[in-house]
Design a protein around this ligand. Structure first.
Ligand SMILES: C[S@@+](CC[C@H](N)C(=O)[O-])C[C@H]1O[C@@H](n2cnc3c(N)ncnc32)[C@H](O)[C@@H]1O
Length: 372
């Protein structure tokens, strides 16, 4: 007697048997339950899924499928390139209005799917730190439920896919000529320093982003004790400089210089006049080393907020008043706060409601803007 085949066996049979939507989802769920990346499925299988999904499966089915976490569903949607023909219904998102802008609570992949193509002038963000911070646990600590929080272990490949999927989606929503500015640093992984910013540039270029600038954010204060190693062992091979900088990498979505849709070459004289940059302090800012004091723990509830000055420079150099500024990992909402002060529209996206509420409050407490 022939036993009935499992959905996965059906898919792997040659030629693959037809699967219904439920069965396809079961295979995807199985893959994600095993913490596999969709990319670990064979090319034939992914091709098969892609053609079948296009015909039969709606993105909403994936997102509403019981047992499949939203982030997993979004990863599958992205891997199968379903997202291109999909706009998520804005009504389903939790939106927190704040001044000229808003915060979207949830995965930014989800949030970006509500935005139209070519709708944002500037994105500025700092991605969640690979393996370093469990933000959910950090919130529990803030709320007094736990006393300490630990790292979350995830593979570097997983992290790469997470970032690439989201910056690919961002490329769709940024206007031609618009910029994507990312604050990022090397990370510790299995006892080694991993050159994340340098890998990141290659990943971004593969998506289509054009690399523009590598700005060094010099933080002045050094928290680690690396340089002490040479004091104890004053010999060659023991040099571990203390980490005093982070990178601020600038990318651009390409556009012809004089084309209609280049966001910088088609501003009216009146708009330029209204956005003229105050040159005070420019001598120091004219170099690609920015010395900016980091935020002290007593100044913000978030473990790694942007200093306002950093957001201020990025927003004033790359956007005009009334343009939309997006931060897809907005944390405590410093990008939104500074965008508000500079009279830009702003959208923050953040998974942790606690940080959003903090950001909204700060914007509501703002008086009037004085800086240009
Ligand atoms: C490095 S922090 C950003 C801090 C922010 N620049 C500030 O000024 O407070 C990264 C943030 O991304 C959030 N995050 C992690 N995964 C996310 C996702 N898929 N979508 C949106 N936000 C996410 C984390 O909760 C964390 O607050």
């Amino acid at each position: 007697m022939k036993l009935s085949q499992s959905p996965r066996e059906k898919l792997l049979s040659n030629p693959p048997s037809e699967l219904n939507t439920e069965e396809l989802l079961a295979v995807l769920l199985d893959a994600s339950n095993k913490k596999q990346n969709i990319n670990s499925l064979s090319k034939e299988l992914v091709d098969y899924l892609r053609s079948n999904l296009t015909a039969k499966l709606k993105v909403e089915d994936l997102l509403n499928f019981k047992g499949l976490e939203e982030s997993e569903a979004l990863q599958i949607i992205s891997a199968l390139e379903l997202g291109k023909r999909f706009r998520f219904n804005r009504e389903k998102l939790k939106i927190h209005k704040a001044g000229l802008g808003e915060f979207v609570c949830g995965d930014c992949m989800h949030g970006m799917k509500t935005l139209a193509d070519d709708s944002v002038v500037l994105a500025f963000t700092s991605p969640p730190y690979h393996n370093a911070i469990n933000y959910g646990d950090h919130i529990k600590k803030l709320e007094g439920d736990i006393h300490y929080w630990e790292r979350t272990e995830q593979s570097y490949d997983y992290y790469k896919t997470f970032l690439v999927d989201r910056f690919k989606e961002m490329y769709r929503v940024i206007k031609p000529g618009g910029h994507n500015v990312v604050n990022i640093s090397p990370v510790a992984w299995e006892g080694k320093r991993v050159a994340l910013p340098f890998h990141f540039v290659c990943w971004m270029e593969e998506i289509g982003w054009q690399f523009k600038e590598d700005i060094i954010w010099e933080k002045g204060i050094v928290k680690d004790k690396r340089s002490g190693v040479l004091m104890q062992h004053p010999y060659p091979g023991y040099y571990y400089p203390s980490l005093a900088i982070e990178y601020v990498l600038v990318f651009q979505k390409s556009a012809g210089k004089k084309t209609e849709n280049n966001i910088y070459h088609n501003r009216s004289a009146k708009e330029k006049k209204a956005n003229e940059i105050d040159m005070e302090g420019y001598q120091e800012q004219s170099k690609n080393i920015w010395n900016i004091r980091p935020v002290a723990p007593s100044e913000n509830i978030h473990p790694c907020p942007f200093p306002e000055e950093l957001a201020h420079r990025v927003i004033k150099y790359y956007s005009y008043k009334n343009d939309t500024v997006l931060d897809i990992f907005s944390g405590s909402g410093v990008t939104n706060l500074v965008a508000e002060k500079l009279k830009r529209k702003h959208i923050g996206m953040e998974t942790e409601k606690h940080y959003i509420e903090y950001g909204v409050k700060k914007i509501k407490n703002l008086k009037t803007t004085t800086r240009k």
